[in-house]
Ligand binder design. Structure first.
Ligand SMILES: [Zn+2]
Length: 384
């Protein structure tokens, strides 16, 4: 938090228990809740500078000081343990003074930190942080900070829109976004770079909308020639999330890839997901969608039994980092499943390497976004 610590304590106490994601009041700082650790036996917490720790349920200070460096664990009897000190609480909120720092597992974070003991006696850590402060810690993980500024600005607007959309969707859940690839990768203050911070500041308050409503602004690394209709993957059918032909990502390192996966591993992964097979003998693409992505594929074993899978399920079962997209050919060769494909990611919305290619050709952030989200408007947060 950029405001001073102690003078605003009354406000903080009021805000502790009100919904932390709100878009209502114009000009009010929008706070998002990021799960930065989950289902953990232990986290390393370091507080360098003045801090106050509140019981999350009782709204009461239970610890304060100038410094802490401790391993945090759940105790056996419904409490939390900070180093050797035990507290009778199943959750704490930690706030630090303006010039102090919070480190969780050696990463530095802005904002407040909640450490919550879950019913399974494991820990969840949630970072409450202003939206743009959050974006400062996201962009470095999503694009290279050495890319042209217009491509980073396009990414900032897409990431801001995506975060807000998720915050609205998850209002009644314990957090809005995760800090891993399932939401947007977020590394906290440790991940901030000069150019990515500049892109967030240059696009302040700008989001993508369609018909006045916030757009679920999905994006991905590389489309491999054509982006995908969102309606092919999820229950979303919006014109800005329809596929577009992309000639801008051909120089991406992810444009074309080959992966050889041992058949025993394919058999194991299929079996782990409820698809029992014998020794796999063939793999055939049965159908593709209009953009060339695999709709269905059939895997046969040496007894003639076969399994029919969607391309999307196949990618999840084998592993989304091995099968980088659903735009691929697959064949059984010498004990391996050989998969040759194009692009990385689900393919919906902005192609990040395509945005980079467009910016290299002099296109501005607005042009990039209007190309990948056809019919979308770039508007102010206050107007959605
Ligand atoms: Zn592309």
């Amino acid at each position: 938090m950029k405001t001073s610590f102690f003078p605003i304590l009354p406000f903080l106490l009021i805000s502790l228990f009100k919904p932390l994601t709100c878009l209502s009041a114009q000009g009010e700082k929008i706070v998002v809740r990021i799960a930065i650790a989950d289902d953990r036996e232990e986290v390393q917490l370091a507080l360098k500078g003045k801090y106050k720790m509140y019981d999350i349920n009782l709204n009461k200070i239970i610890m304060e000081g100038p410094y802490m460096n401790a391993k945090v664990r759940a105790t056996k009897d419904a409490g939390l343990q900070f180093g050797k000190k035990e507290i009778k609480s199943d959750g704490v909120k930690i706030k630090v003074a303006r010039d102090s720092n919070i480190y969780v597992d050696n990463r530095r974070f802005r904002g407040d930190i909640d450490i919550i003991r879950k019913e399974n006696s494991k820990l969840m850590v949630i970072n409450h942080i202003g939206l743009d402060d959050y974006l400062y810690g996201v962009l470095y993980h999503e694009v290279s900070h050495r890319w042209p500024i217009e491509s980073i600005k396009a990414q900032a607007i897409a990431a801001r829109t995506f975060a807000l959309y998720q915050a609205l969707q998850n209002r009644n859940k314990p957090y809005d976004l995760r800090s891993d690839i399932y939401s947007q990768v977020y590394g906290g203050r440790t991940s901030e770079k000069w150019s990515t911070t500049r892109a967030v500041n240059l696009t302040k308050g700008k989001v993508l909308a369609h018909n006045g409503e916030l757009l679920p602004a999905y994006y991905h690394a590389t489309c491999g020639g054509h982006t995908e209709d969102a309606s092919n993957l999820w229950k979303i059918d919006l014109p800005p999330l329809d596929g577009v032909r992309c000639n801008f990502c051909v120089h991406s390192p992810h444009y074309k890839w080959v992966k050889e996966i041992p058949l025993w591993k394919v058999e194991k992964n299929l079996s782990d997901n409820g698809y029992k097979t014998g020794s796999i003998s063939s793999c055939r693409i049965v159908s593709r969608n209009k953009f060339g992505r695999v709709d269905k594929l059939q895997i046969k074993d040496d007894t003639g039994m076969s399994v029919l899978l969607t391309g999307k399920d196949f990618r999840q079962i084998i592993g989304p980092n091995d099968i980088r997209s659903t735009k691929f050919e697959a064949a059984v060769k010498r004990g391996n499943l050989v998969v040759e494909g194009f692009g990385w990611g689900h393919g919906v919305g902005m192609c990040q390497w395509g945005a980079f290619g467009m910016s290299r050709r002099g296109k501005r952030a607005e042009e990039i976004l209007k190309f990948y989200y056809p019919g979308a408007e770039i508007t102010s947060i206050d107007k959605v």
